[in-house]
Design a protein around this ligand. Sequence first.
Ligand code: ATP
Ligand code: MG
Length: 627
Amino acid sequence: MSIPTGHGLHHIEALVFCIASVGVLLFKQRSAFNANKLYRIFSRVLAAQLAFFVLMLAYVLVDPAAFNVIIIIVIHAAVLADLFVYIHYTDRLMHERNAALEAEKEAATAQSKAKTMFLSNMSHDIRTPMNAIIGFTNLALMDVTNTVKVQQYLGKIQASSSHLLSLINDVLEMSRIESGKIELDETRCSLPDILHDLNTMIIGQVEAKQQELFMDAMNVKHENIFCDKLRLNQVLLNLLSNAVKYTPSGGQISVRVIEVDGAPEGQASYVISVKDNGIGMAPEFAAKVFEAFERERTSTTSGIQGTGLGMAITKKIIELMGGTIEVETAPGEGTEFKVRVTFRVQEGKGADIKIASPGEFHALVVDDDFNVCDSTTKMLAEMGLRAEWTLSGKEAVLRARQALELNDQFDLFIIDWRLRDLNGIETARQIRASVDKSIPILLMTAYDWPTIRDEAIDAGVNGFCNKPLFTSELHNILKKVLKVTALPDMKSDQSKDAVNFKGKRLLLVDDIDVNREIAIMLLETNGFIVEEATDGDEAVEMVSKSEPGYYDAVLMDIQMPTMNGYEASKAIRALEDKKLASVPIIAMTANAFDEDKQAAFDAGMNDHVAKPIEIEQLLVALKKVLK
Ligand code: ATP
Ligand code: MG
């Protein structure tokens, strides 16, 4: 056995050099491509080469004569293998990297396309009302003396500007939701309140289009829940205003709340359906209805105003609540949106709702919707009444008479106002003709009953229930009417809470002349005396120098140059004279987000009204603080 010398050693050096360079390459590769795969492959090649080298070395030690030939073959093979592996895998890697880059680029293009689309939609949607505002303002200016025309133009300007405002609000809302800035503010609330408020808000639009509105609650066992009332309201109002918008005059719209089984302990699940028999949507469009800015052609060409953001916002809010929304629709056949949500319920007061010993009272429910009859009779049964129902007014009259003959007369009638055959008031009149005055007849309606009250009372009705009818409310009404013969003070108490603003003095704080001018006009028309301050420090000075009680309230802008509204409010609250310091302050500002409201309350203000001013809202806020 001999050690290879001379020439042979060069070969070994070359081989070692070759392996070492593969090693260096490998080391470099590690970071250069961050290419795990290449790294792995090279490691293996290196290991194999080392093993081969050791094998050859052993062989050469045994037979030195073969050394030169073998070593040359090995070196060439090793170099070739390294080159091959290097080229092949680098190539593949480059390929993969390019593909990844390509995909990234495509995604970026899609995103920028979506952005461009968004901007072009926005710009179009903002330009349209803006054009109208500018155009009609010019027309009005050219024709100022013609009051009839000017009035027309102003009406159009008003409509366009309120559209523009809702568009801006929607876009802001959307971007806030998307950036995760919106959090739900869950408080104790009552479903009956939420639905009745919804009714109040929408009924004007429904009546303006001479549509019919049905609102029902079924099997609702949990009326008191924890939820974000404002957001839920927003969702429902969105669905309902769409239903009104996309349903022709004379159409029907219904809202139905059903409590369904299957909620976890301490929670309750509801299905809220908003249904109309309006223009409906094509299936292809229905699939996209929850995407931002999507509006179906039929709705855009029909000239119905909208931004196409309502449904996108609605869906996002429902998802935030952990719920779902689905749509069922067909062109010309109407649309039904179903929202499924689960809320925590307020720990049960579980008060006993029995008002009678079983069977003591006999009641008749009259409504042409079976589901309403079903749900109402169940509620009555829970309260201990023996309840029956009928779908028709005429039949109700006949059954009332028959019950008398059978000596099993009804002690209570609950009649829907909108019956198909004989309307509720007429049904009540005919029933009253045969039953005693002491038997209560209640009229159910989803409409504002003051408008029908006098007629109904004349027909013999002695109580009203608002639809949707909830157990707690029915319970309260029954407790009153089943003992008392007639409902007291039905004819009075209408304008009890009307506050007279005449002579009330306000301090209006705003740095912008136009804003003050508009506000003063609106307020003075409502009887207020208005004084002005153009900045926070001026306002603080005016309040501190005034007699306590001189100002009935302060309307405070927030963004002002030297002293802003928050600081000014804090300064007023810190005045020595307690009476002066407690003057009601209402923030009146374009900063309309929840955190702005919170900041206003934190600064000691009593309320918050968003700008541009909606006089009704401002009056409501003023009414609250001036009481
Ligand atoms: P806005 O943002 O002002 O609410 P919009 O009503 O046009 O505008 P969405 O509420 O998002 O926008 O509704 C999107 C589209 O879905 C509508 O333009 C309309 O084409 C269609 N749509 C929504 N609700 C109904 C419905 N009840 N019946 C028929 N089509 C509807
Ligand atoms: Mg809408």
